[in-house]
Write a new protein. Structure first.
Length: 137
């Protein structure tokens, strides 16, 4: 006789962690994102970026920047935050798999740092253009 068994819960590897489905997946994903944010706040570079973001929002208010200025700056800043998170993830992985010095590990960390630097420059150029444009208006 063929017995019908209840489906086994989706277990991720041998971790014992159950993969959520449906609405539970949405809440789990939100929780993981918040945990990532909490981890990222331990990085001084990210805290400086958050502080700069808040300061520039205040500067834009003082200058009378347009809604589009706020919008574009916020998009650029959130891309920066995302790249900072990925850079931190790269560093965490490298430190875990290669605790001893490795030129490959150094290159991976340097490349992540360069990606963050590029976005810092993009943000700075945009902010400077808004400041110059509004000062001349």
């Amino acid at each position: 006789m063929n017995e019908h068994k209840a489906p086994e819960p989706d277990i991720i590897g041998n971790t014992g962690i159950r993969k959520e489905r449906g609405i539970a997946h949405f809440f789990a994903a939100s929780r993981y994102s918040f945990q990532g944010f909490k981890r990222l706040t331990q990085e001084s570079a990210f805290r400086h970026e958050l502080l700069a973001y808040a300061g520039i929002i205040v500067l834009f208010a003082v200058l009378g920047a347009s809604f589009n200025d706020y919008l574009l700056f916020s998009v650029l800043a959130f891309v920066l935050f995302a790249v900072e998170a990925l850079n931190t993830a790269i560093e965490e992985i490298i430190d875990r798999i290669s605790p001893e010095f490795s030129i490959v590990a150094k290159h991976a960390k340097d490349l992540g740092s360069f990606a963050v630097f590029c976005l810092l420059v993009a943000n700075a150029v945009f902010v400077a253009s808004v400041v110059i444009r509004t000062a001349l208006a």
